[in-house]
Design a protein around this ligand. Structure first.
Ligand SMILES: NC(=O)c1ccc[n+]([C@@H]2O[C@H](COP(=O)([O-])OP(=O)(O)OC[C@H]3O[C@@H](n4cnc5c(N)ncnc54)[C@H](O)[C@@H]3O)[C@@H](O)[C@H]2O)c1
Ligand SMILES: [Zn+2]
Length: 346
């Protein structure tokens, strides 16, 4: 097991990579009252036998469950269970469960203690690090939420064995992104050991997940409220989100295509070499991620125009200037439109 401390503005958070769900009880702070689990239907069905014998609140799955209605249901259940300010909540599940749990624990009675057991690769390397919690509202993603750190995050790597491939791909895309924008070593490790990771070799996973978390944690520590440095985490995500919205492809696949587009633009701007571009494409392909998607260009460009990161006629775009080093630049919408056209997709 590898441990990392993330220093948050309000409190520190311990990330425990390679720890087991079975040891959850030992991380609960002393003196807390009633302990309550929030989880989703799938994770409950698969892992309930490993849960401690606490009251458990089960929510639905998918973005449709990440809502104020679900939050309302949970507040009601907490009241029924007579949860008070001494109670403690642990979210066991993927990014959706963690986002909802953090939001509930930060708002119920103005905030009670909480931790996470992350059971998806995306939650482990991305969603449970950084203190962002929240829910969707009327179709707008993450519209309502708070910044607050959990006391601990257990990344139980063994749970990844039951994770569907599509969900693993989401995590792979974020790990590659972290290497590309912040660490040549991490990227090389992935180039050398991708096969072990894809086969869920626990030793390789522990190192790669830990290093990836450490990168995200360092970026977040430097910029907890997303003023500058944290924008680099959007590498591949500007076009990626537009593709996700318009094609319905999953987050990992869309971000993969977004990484291709952002890398292509980095070559066009004379920032990186064709050789580095080729390495990125080769690694995405090895991980099973798409490097080309059928898209409706008009719709993608339209979605880009509605992006919340847009400032006037310009869009913030993250490019690479070398392996392990990213830069945030502004581009005019027509320039991005011609990039999308030149990709030759769709
Ligand atoms: N807070 C943040 O900083 C942050 C960052 C990135 C993403 N997110 C959010 O995370 C969410 C996506 O998270 P996700 O990809 O983990 O999705 P998810 O929570 O929906 O999990 C994916 C699916 O896998 C199932 N599942 C979870 N663990 C499993 C396991 N071990 N075995 C089998 N099935 C399992 C879930 O029930 C679900 O069906 C999005 O809502 C996104 O906005 C938040
Ligand atoms: Zn992402």
């Amino acid at each position: 097991m590898k441990k990392l401390t993330v220093e948050g503005a309000t409190k520190d958070s311990q990330i425990l990579v390679g720890e087991s769900l079975a040891n959850l009880e030992s991380y609960i702070p002393e003196g807390v009252g009633k302990r309550i689990i929030i989880t989703d239907e799938n994770v409950h069905a698969l892992y309930k036998d490993k849960f401690p014998a606490w009251e458990t609140i089960i929510v639905g799955t998918g973005e449709k469950a990440k809502t104020l209605e679900t939050a309302g249901y949970i507040y009601n259940r907490l009241i029924e269970l007579e949860a008070d300010r001494t109670s403690y909540i642990v979210g066991i599940g993927g990014g959706i469960v963690c986002d909802v749990t953090g939001f509930i624990a930060s708002t119920y009675m103005r905030g009670i203690g909480f931790g996470f057991v992350s059971t998806t690769l995306l939650a482990q390397v991305d969603a449970s690090v950084g203190g962002k919690n929240g829910v969707n509202f009327e179709g707008f993603k993450n519209m309502v939420g708070v910044f607050n750190q959990p006391d601990f995050v257990i990344c139980d790597l063994a749970t990844l064995k039951t994770l569907p491939t599509n969900d693993l791909l989401c995590g792979f895309a974020e790990i590659l992104k972290h290497g590309a924008i912040k660490s040549e070593d991490h990227f090389r490790d992935l180039e050398e050991n991708w096969e072990k990771m894809v086969n869920l070799d626990l030793e390789a996973l522990e190192r790669l997940v830990y290093d990836s978390v450490a990168i995200k944690a360092a970026v977040v520590n430097a910029d907890e409220r997303e003023k500058g440095e944290r924008k680099k985490l959007n590498f591949g995500h500007t076009i990626g989100h537009a593709i996700e919205k318009t094609t319905g492809r999953n987050h990992g696949e869309s971000v993969s295509a977004g990484i291709v587009a952002a890398s292509r633009l980095s070559v066009q701007e004379g920032l990186i070499t064709q050789n580095l571009f080729d390495r990125i494409i080769a690694l995405l392909e090895k991980l099973g991620l798409p490097v080309k998607l059928d898209i409706d260009k008009e719709k993608v460009i339209d979605a880009l125009k509605k992006d919340k990161k847009r400032a006037g006629e310009k869009i913030n775009f993250v490019l690479l200037q070398e392996l392990g080093d990213a830069v945030v630049m502004d581009f005019a919408i027509p320039d991005i439109a011609s990039l999308v056209n030149e990709l030759g997709w769709g």
